[in-house]
Ligand binder design. Structure first.
Ligand code: HEM
Length: 675
C-alpha cells in the first residue's frame, strides 16, 4: 500500500488527536459529540487557511484558491466551500462540517499509524509508538514539525518566555475552546496557567476566528438541528417469522435476509431490559462499531446480571474505558497463541487421550462430545485443574447462567432451581481447586497459565482485581470451552462433508505427526497447515459460534444515517456480512479458496467478524486458531468419521451461542495409530 501520509505536512487535526489521546487508556480524552466535532471541523478550516486555500473576515469565509490539496482530510471541505453559491461565515462552515467529524477522526488515526506515530493494538486501542514516546519527536525526517505535540504545546504553556509558532497558537486556541487543557493539565496547573493559555490562544488571527466560531457553535449552534437522519424501520413479528432460516437456527443467514429487506439498522418488535432493541447489520455498521463503538457503546448493562451470578462486580467483558484497556494488557500474554504454542506437547497429549475413548463403530453426539473433548484441554492448559468428574454439571450451570442472565430466554429463577443450586456449588469447587493448585510450591517448575496471571494480578493490585472478581474469569475460560467445542463440531462436520478436504487435511497431519513425530510449534506455519486453517476459517464464516452481541448505547449516535438515542439496546449482528454476496462470492458455497491471497474476500473491511468487533474483540482468537488446527489435524489423522444419519441436514441451536443441534452424530468408521 502506498504510504500517502508522507506527502503531507502533519495536520492540525492530527496533532489535536495526539493532544487528546490518553496513553494510559488508549482512548481519546474527549468523547466525540457536538463540541468535539466543532473543534475537528475548525481544525480542518484552519489547515485550509494555512494552505492558502481559504480566508476569513468578520462576515464571511471564502475560497482564495479552489485547487485541491490532494489531501483527503481537507479536500471534501474545500470542495464544498468552493461550490457554495452563497457566502457564509466561519461558524456556518464549522457547523456544516461537523457531519464529517467521525470520518475525519478515522482518517486521522489511520494516518498517524501510517506515519508510525501511533500504534494500533488489537481491540482498536491506540498508543504512541515506542520511538515517539522515547524520543519525544516524530519519526519522519521530512515532517516540518519535529517535536511531538504534547511536549511542544506544554512547553509553550508552561514557559512564559517562549514565543509560539503561529501554528501552535492555533492548536492552543482550539484545545482551549474545547476545554482540552482541563484534561491535559492537573487542576492546579490549569488554574495557574490559564492566563498564559488565553494569551497564546489570541495570538494568531486564524486561530482566533476559528476558535470564536467554534465557541459560538458549541454555545448556540445554528445548524445542529438540521442534521438529517432517517427514520429507523420498525419490524413486526411477521417480518421476522418470514425468515425461514430462523427455523433451522441459522442466525447470520436469517438476519442477512432481514438486512436485505429492511436495511442496516432496524428496530426489533420486542424490548430487552425495558429498552428498545435496534439491530445493526452489514459491513458498514461493522466498521462503525470497530471504529467508533468505544465512544458510544457500553457492555456493562447487558452483562451485569451474569457478573453478579458469579459474585463479581467487574469483569473483562463488562469493563470499558481505561480499566478495560489495562485489564486486556495485563492478560494479553496469558491468552496468546504463544502461550499455547509453548505447551504444544501437552495439548497434543490431552487431545489424543480424549480421542482414544473412541473405538471403531462408536457413535457419538457431536456438540456434547466435542465440548467434553475441549473442556479437558482448556481446564488443564488454562487453569491447571482436572475437573472432568464434574465438568458436565459446571458447563450446564454456566450454560443456564448465560441463557437466564444475559439473553433472558428463560426467567431468572431458572438459575435457582434445586438442580441448578446443586450444580452452582461446582463453581465454588472449581475456584477452590484452582486456588489450592496455584500456590508457589505447587506451581514451581510449571509453565505459567491463565490462573497464574489472574491470581498474580490480584496479588499485585487487589483493588483493581479484588477477590470477589476472581471466579468469573476462571468460569469464563470454561465457558470458552463451550464455544470451542461447538466451533470444533461445526468444523469437523464441514470436514466430513467434504471428503476431498478431509483427505488434504489428513495429508497435512501425516507430514506433521506421521511416524510418531512430535512437531515443534514453529512447524505449524502457513505452508504446513494451510488447508486446515482455511477450512476452519470457512467453517467460522458459515457457522459462527457467536453470531451477534449486545451493547447499550451510552451516547446518542448516528449510524449509517440513523440516529440512535442513548439507553437503546443494540443487537450487533456482526456476522450478517458473512452471507453477503457483495463480499463473499456465492456465499452459500463452502469454499476454502476464498481465503487465498488472490481472492482474500475476508479482508474487505467489515466483512469477516467471527471473533467480534472493536474493543472487546476476542482476546483469545489466535489461541483458538492454534487449538482448533491441532485438534482438526489429530482428528483427521486418527479417525475416519461419518455423519449419522448420512442424509442429516445441519440444524443449529442458537442459544446461548450457536451449536449443532442434538441430532448431529458421528460414527467412528476407522481408528488409526491411537494407542
Ligand atoms: C470458537 C471459539 C471462540 C469464539 C467464536 C470467540 C468469540 C468471541 C467474541 C465474539 C467475543 C466478543 C464478545 C463481545 O464483544 O461481547 C469474545 C471475547 C473474548 N474472548 Fe473469545 N471466542 C472463542 C474462544 C475463546 C477462547 C478459547 C478464549 C481464551 C483463550 C477467549 C477469550 C476471550 C476473551 C478474554 C474475551 C473478552 C475480551 C474483552 O472483553 O475485552 N475466547 N470471544
Amino acid at each position: 500500500m502506498e504510504n500517502t501520509s508522507a506527502k503531507f505536512p502533519i495536520r492540525l487535526v492530527e496533532e489535536l488527536i495526539l493532544l487528546m489521546l490518553d496513553e494510559q487508556s488508549g482512548y481519546l480524552e474527549m468523547v466525540p459529540g457536538w463540541n468535539f466535532s466543532c473543534v475537528m471541523a475548525g481544525a480542518v478550516l484552519a489547515d485550509l487557511a494555512l494552505e492558502d486555500r481559504i480566508d476569513t473576515d468578520l462576515d464571511a469565509l471564502y475560497p482564495v484558491n479552489s485547487r485541491p490539496t490532494g489531501d483527503n482530510l481537507l479536500d471534501p471541505t474545500l470542495k464544498e466551500i468552493a461550490e457554495s453559491k452563497k457566502k457564509q461565515d466561519t461558524q456556518y462552515w464549522i457547523e456544516r462540517n461537523t457531519g464529517r467529524s467521525d470520518d475525519i477522526v478515522t482518517a486521522t488515526l489511520d494516518r498517524l499509524v501510517e506515519r508510525e506515530i501511533l500504534e494500533h493494538e488489537s481491540g482498536g486501542f491506540w498508543g504512541l509508538s515506542r520511538s515517539v514516546s522515547r524520543s519525544g519527536t516524530y519519526p519522519a525526517s521530512d515532517l516540518k514539525v519535529r517535536q511531538e505535540a504534547k511536549t511542544r504545546i506544554l512547553s509553550v504553556i508552561m514557559n512564559d518566555d517562549s514565543i509560539p509558532d503561529p501554528r501552535d497558537a492555533i492548536l492552543i486556541a482550539l484545545m482551549h475552546t474545547c476545554g482540552g487543557f482541563k484534561l491535559l493539565l492537573e487542576p492546579e496547573d490549569y488554574e495557574e496557567r490559564l492566563e498564559r493559555i488565553e494569551l497564546v490562544a489570541k495570538l494568531d488571527l486564524i486561530g482566533r476566528t476559528v476558535a470564536t466560531a467554534v465557541k459560538d457553535s458549541t454555545a448556540k449552534p445554528r445548524t445542529r438541528r438540521v442534521l438529517r437522519t432517517k427514520p429507523i424501520p420498525k419490524l413486526r413479528y411477521t417480518d421476522i417469522l418470514r425468515q425461514r432460516d430462523f427455523r433451522s437456527g441459522n442466525i447470520p443467514k436469517a438476519m442477512h435476509g432481514i438486512f436485505q429487506e429492511h436495511g442496516p439498522v432496524v428496530e426489533l418488535p420486542f424490548k430487552m431490559r425495558k429498552s428498545r432493541v435496534i439491530a445493526l447489520m452489514g459491513p458498514e455498521t461493522n466498521q462503525w462499531v470497530n471504529k467508533h463503538g468505544r465512544f458510544y457503546l457500553r457492555s456493562k448493562d447487558y452483562i451485569k446480571d451474569l457478573e453478579s451470578a458469579f459474585g463479581a462486580s467487574r469483569t473483562l467483558p463488562g469493563m470499558d474505558g481505561a480499566e478495560h484497556y489495562r485489564m486486556r494488557k495485563e492478560l494479553k500474554s496469558a491468552y496468546s497463541r504463544a502461550s499455547l504454542a509453548g505447551r504444544l506437547p501437552e495439548l497434543v497429549h490431552h487431545c489424543r487421550q480424549s480421542l482414544s475413548r473412541w473405538n471403531e463403530g462408536d457413535i457419538f453426539r457431536a456438540g456434547e462430545a466435542f465440548q467434553h473433548h475441549i473442556s479437558s484441554q482448556i481446564s488443564h492448559l488454562m487453569i491447571g485443574v482436572d475437573c472432568s468428574h464434574y465438568v458436565d454439571e459446571l458447563l450446564e450451570y454456566e450454560h443456564r447462567a448465560l441463557v437466564t442472565q444475559v439473553q433472558g430466554a428463560l426467567p431468572k429463577f431458572m438459575l435457582s432451581t434445586p438442580k441448578m443450586r446443586r450444580y452452582g456449588k461446582r463453581v465454588r469447587e472449581l475456584q477452590e481447586a484452582i486456588t489450592a493448585s496455584h500456590t508457589p510450591g505447587q506451581r514451581r517448575g510449571k509453565p505459567a497459565d491463565l490462573a497464574d496471571a489472574i491470581l498474580g494480578l490480584h496479588k499485585n493490585d487487589p483493588q483493581f482485581l479484588p477477590e470477589t472478581d476472581l471466579t468469573f474469569p476462571f468460569v469464563a475460560s470454561m465457558v470458552a470451552s463451550i464455544y470451542l467445542g461447538s466451533g470444533l463440531a461445526f468444523a469437523v462436520y464441514s470436514m466430513v462433508r467434504h471428503p476431498d478436504l478431509y483427505a488434504r487435511i489428513r495429508r497435512e497431519a501425516e507430514l506433521l505427526f506421521g511416524n510418531g513425530r512430535q512437531p515443534e510449534a514453529e512447524e505449524f506455519s502457513h505452508d504446513t497447515i494451510d488447508v486446515t486453517v482455511r477450512l476452519y476459517m470457512e467453517s467460522s464464516r458459515v457457522h459462527p459460534v457467536i453470531p451477534w452481541q449486545l451493547r447499550m448505547v451510552m451516547n446518542e449516535c448516528i449510524v449509517s444515517g440513523f440516529q440512535i438515542p442513548a439507553k437503546t439496546m443494540l443487537l450487533i449482528c456482526q456476522t450478517v456480512s458473512h452471507y453477503s454476496d457483495d463480499l463473499f462470492k456465492t456465499p452459500l458455497k463452502f469454499d476454502i479458496d476464498r481465503y487465498l491471497p488472490d481472492r482474500a474476500e475476508h479482508t474487505t473491511p467489515g466483512a469477516y467478524a467471527p471473533y467480534g468487533l472493536g474493543t472487546h474483540m476476542c482476546l483469545g482468537n489466535r489461541w483458538v486458531e492454534l487449538q482448533m488446527v491441532v485438534n482438526l489435524l489429530l482428528i483427521a489423522y486418527h479417525l475416519k468419521l461419518e455423519v449419522l444419519p448420512a442424509n442429516y441436514k445441519l440444524g443449529m441451536n442458537p442459544f446461548p451461542t450457536s451449536a449443532p443441534n442434538k441430532k448431529l452424530k458421528f460414527r467412528v468408521a476407522q481408528v488409526t495409530d491411537l494407542a
